[in-house]
Structures are given as C-alpha cells and as structure tokens.
Ligand binder design. Sequence first.
Ligand code: Y39
Ligand code: FE
Ligand code: FE
Ligand code: FE
Length: 230
Amino acid sequence: MQPLAAELEIDFQSETYKDAYSRINAIVIEGEQEAYENYIKLAELLPANHDQLIGLSKMESRHKKGFEACGRNLKVTPDLQFAKEFFAPLHDNFKAAAATGNVVTCLLIQSLIIECFAIAAYNIYIPVADDFARKITEGVVKDEYSHLNFGEVWLKANFEASKAELEEANRQNLPIVWKMLNQVAADAEVLAMEKEALVEDFMIQYGEALSNIGFTTRDIMRLSAYGLSA
Ligand code: Y39
Ligand code: FE
Ligand code: FE
Ligand code: FE
C-alpha cells in the first residue's frame, strides 16, 4: 500500500507539524518510559510471571529509544513536561493500585487501556508517518499486541476473581482515556491522525480484549463506552 503521507503531501519540516510533533512525540516517549516502569512493578506483583514481565519492560525501553530517534530525525525537541502532566492521572492511579496490591487494576490500566491506546495511535499514525518513523512504529506496534495479549491471557485465567475489580477499575480509568484523547486531538489532526479514527480503533481493540477475557457483548457495550461523553 502506498503510504497516505505521500498522497497528503505532509510537510514534516513545517513549524506547525514540528510544534504538534513536540507534544505527540513526548507523549509517546513518556508513555513508553512509564510502561517500562509499570512492567517492572507488575513483575514484582506477579512473581509467577516475573521473567516474562521483565521481558516486556525491556521492549518498552527499546520503544522509547526508537521514538526518541524519530524526534531527533525531525529535529524536534519533545515537550516532556507536557507529557508527564498528560499521563499523570493514569500514572497516579496505577501507582496507587500497585501500592495496595490491586494487580487487576494495574493490569487493566497498563496492559488493556494503555496498550489499546498505543495500538490505536500507532495504527493510525503508520500510514501518515515520515519514512523513518513509519519503520520504527511498525516494529513497535507488533510488540504492543503481545503486551495486550499478556493482560488478556492473565485476566482470562483469573476472570471470575477479577471481574468486580475490572468493572471498578474501568469505571475509574476509562473516562481519563477519553479526556486524554480530547487533549491530544488538535495536535493529532496536524499529524493527519483523525480523532474519530483513534476512538474507533481504540474501541475495537478494547472491546476485543474484553471479549477475549470473558465479558459478554452486553458487558462490553456498557464497559467500553463508559465516560465517552466526558
Ligand atoms: O505500552 C506502551 O508502549 C504504551 C505506553 C505507550 C504509550 C502510547 C501512548 C499513545 C498515545 C498517543 C496519542 C497520539 C494521538
Ligand atoms: Fe511500548
Ligand atoms: Fe506496551
Ligand atoms: Fe481532518
């Protein structure tokens, strides 16, 4: 498939593009850094899966390096302060859940919500990315599917015992994701990433994940739209 970026004649060196990229690139770099830390924490919380989770954390730190290179390639300085604030509500909820040993909540936040957000964003970005970033992102998104799969497999195996905590964690954290999407929509648009496409892809990934874990279609409708109007 011919990359859409060529057809759209995106000017990757325009000040408008680089300004938006300074925030989106920072979000991705900070997100990968936090994902790295979150999987190390999950490795502590799930000793039976320790080595596998350390493996995932190492992938996240490689992703971070890849996206740092994408920023350098476009001569963009990532706005990391913006990105830290962007992730703070989800990150704080992850840390609070980890501190109280609520591993199901930690898995919902990192391995379902954040991974689905990443998969949606990377899928939508790939066709409109510059050549350098496209190659990096294609490699990264394959890994993200494996991270999502880890969460699905663990939660499916522990479904009955996790169900109530998943419902509550979804209620607390899904509205935050819709707010994050709204915050980034204008910058994403500059990169030719449409908000509607991001929402649609996220809903598909998240709905499929909930289905794989064992939720019914009825549950999935209720859970995945929670807070969408926020
Ligand atoms: O598991 C991961 O690697 C996820 C942390 C990385 C973050 C993805 C955040 C993507 C949001 C970008 C929004 C752009 C429209
Ligand atoms: Fe990653
Ligand atoms: Fe990941
Ligand atoms: Fe548009």
